[in-house]
Design a protein around this ligand. Structure first.
Ligand SMILES: Nc1ncnc2c1ncn2[C@@H]1O[C@H](COP(=O)(O)OP(=O)(O)O)[C@@H](O)[C@H]1O
Ligand SMILES: [Mg+2]
Length: 224
């Protein structure tokens, strides 16, 4: 059974009487531990696709299956349970809260989970160590470089031990060396923890390092 299966997914946005077909009949099977890259022009539907896989938005039609179960029919509570327990999100900007330290920022997703959180501080510190900034746990975002802030966001995405990491241009504004470091970290997590990665990137060199490469064109998806 695939870990994730998209069955004929479409998404139509309606804005002021206008309709936009952001996703056009996409089908895709993803196995646990796959590393997918997604490239495509701005507006081609990449973020919408990732949001559907992550249960942030619902498709207009079609089905999104996780481990065989259809998440498109879950109620809001069950869908947020899926988001919190299975998925780690990384967005284009690190989006850390400036008033919280690194370790507090990493612990943040725990606030939205019903599970026992007593172990979060230890885990947060451990993940900051794994991503290479164990010496910065008490620093505030303003005291960190862009690459260090990005690592905090990566540690935060790891806190709930996600099965899947959805990363939307996570290294977009970083220098090449930091970008390469972060890509190496992703590949290590993919390999060692069998976390599935779906990485949207404009960088064709990064995209080429994925085990499966996808391109979106006006809502349609092709593997190449
Ligand atoms: N919330 C929204 N409401 C209306 N239209 C949207 C919304 N989000 C995205 N779109 C439109 O859907 C299309 C795909 O957008 P998006 O998924 O963000 O593409 P990409 O991430 O590839 O740039 C674009 O035409 C965009 O303007
Ligand atoms: Mg986008």
């Amino acid at each position: 059974m695939p870990q994730i299966e998209l069955k004929d997914i479409s998404k139509i946005y309606t804005v002021g009487g206008q309709t936009i077909k952001a996703i056009d009949s996409v089908s895709l099977k993803i196995a646990r531990g796959d590393f997918l890259s997604v490239v495509g022009h701005s507006g081609s539907g990449k973020t919408t696709l990732l949001s559907i896989i992550g249960g942030i938005i619902r498709p207009t039609s079609g089905n999104m299956l996780f481990e065989g179960g259809d998440i498109s029919n879950l109620d809001d509570d069950a869908l947020s349970g899926y988001r919190n327990e299975k998925v780690g999100f990384m967005f284009q900007f690190a989006s850390l809260l400036p008033v919280l330290t690194s370790v507090e920022n990493v612990m943040l997703p725990g606030l939205f989970s019903s599970a026992d959180r007593s172990d979060d501080y230890r885990k947060a510190a451990e993940y900051l160590d794994i991503v290479g900034i164990g010496d910065k746990i008490n620093s505030y975002p303003s005291q960190l470089s862009g690459g260090q802030q990005r690592r905090v966001a990566i540690a935060r995405a790891l806190l709930n031990d996600p099965d899947v990491i959805l990363a939307d241009e996570p290294t977009g504004d970083l220098d090449e060396e930091t970008e390469a470091d972060i890509m190496a970290l992703f590949k290590r997590l993919n390999h060692e923890k069998k976390i599935t990665f779906i990485l949207i990137t404009h960088n064709l060199h990064l995209a080429a390092q994925a085990s499966r490469r996808l391109r979106m064109t006006r809502g349609a998806l092709e593997e190449f």
